[in-house]
Design a protein around this ligand. Structure first.
Ligand SMILES: [Zn+2]
Length: 267
């Protein structure tokens, strides 16, 4: 099988195990069925997710110009507490920012090698957890908008991690008796006073099941440093494809790269 197109983040479907689809714009390739097969991915160009330009990708799938101008790459995407659409104040494009920020958001705890706190739109659950490679996740608050969730996250990250350490996530070590509810109960006191009413105990912890077993060593591979990766696909976790020898390709970090993919399905 041969495909070519622009890399978008993989689409997922929660299940046992999670189902992954590589999204090349025109083609969705079912990746679970390629585990154990030989794949070759070759970098042949760039295509900005926003303007389609073939300029080099700068960050988040955007060329440099779009990264600094698009409302989809604004500061509030990374730092929800800076959100201002609920006040009617725009940063780059108020209408787009309203469409992103003025929806119910969830503050959650996730185990991605460490217990971390995160924020996402309610409609992004469990997709967000899968993208981060969380083994366990537990919603701890539901807010009316992105700003409120961001303010809770800021207070809690004084006490918990808020970034995923990708290497620890891929090592896939965890205690079987880990219970995020214990962490939820402990951090309740750190909720900002004005946002206590969003604290929620109604959720159960979810466990996510990846088509993945951690290899002995973990090596990061980028198409920037080396335009071709070839080998046996051994598993998938988060947005990472794992190749033999413990080589990992972070699909999300390659959004906007145009590639050719060849899969040998005759084996
Ligand atoms: Zn662009």
């Amino acid at each position: 099988m041969q495909f070519s197109g622009q890399i978008l983040k993989m689409c997922t479907q929660n299940g046992k195990p999670i189902q992954y689809y590589l999204n090349l714009g025109n083609d969705l390739i079912m990746m679970n069925q390629l585990i154990g097969k030989t794949l070759t991915i070759q970098h042949i160009g760039y295509q900005c997710l926003c303007c389609d330009s073939d300029e080099k990708i700068y960050r988040m799938g955007f060329c440099k110009k779009c990264f600094f101008e698009s409302p989809y790459a604004s500061d509030t995407i990374i730092r929800p507490e800076l959100s201002t659409a609920h006040l009617g104040i725009g940063e780059r494009d108020l209408e787009v920012e309203k469409s992103i920020q003025l929806h119910p958001h969830i503050v959650y705890l996730a185990y991605t090698g460490d217990v971390k706190v995160g924020v996402t739109r309610e409609s992004q659950i469990p997709t967000r957890w899968i993208d981060q490679g969380a083994t366990f996740a537990l919603p701890i608050a539901r807010t009316d908008n992105r700003y409120e969730a961001g303010m809770i996250e800021v207070a809690l990250k004084e006490h918990l991690a808020d970034k995923t350490n990708w290497r620890k996530m891929l090592e896939d070590d965890f205690e079987d008796d880990l219970d995020l509810k214990d962490f939820r109960d402990k951090i309740r006191e750190y909720f900002p006073e004005d946002f206590q009413n969003f604290y929620s105990m109604e959720h159960e912890m979810e466990r996510l099941d990846y088509p993945y077993e951690a290899p002995e060593k973990i090596v990061s591979f980028t198409l920037e440093k080396n335009p071709e990766i070839s080998g046996t696909l051994t598993g998938i976790k988060g947005q990472y494809l794992c190749f033999d020898g413990g080589r990992f390709l972070n699909v999300r970090a390659h959004e906007g790269y145009v590639i050719e993919l060849e899969a040998d399905t005759t084996e």
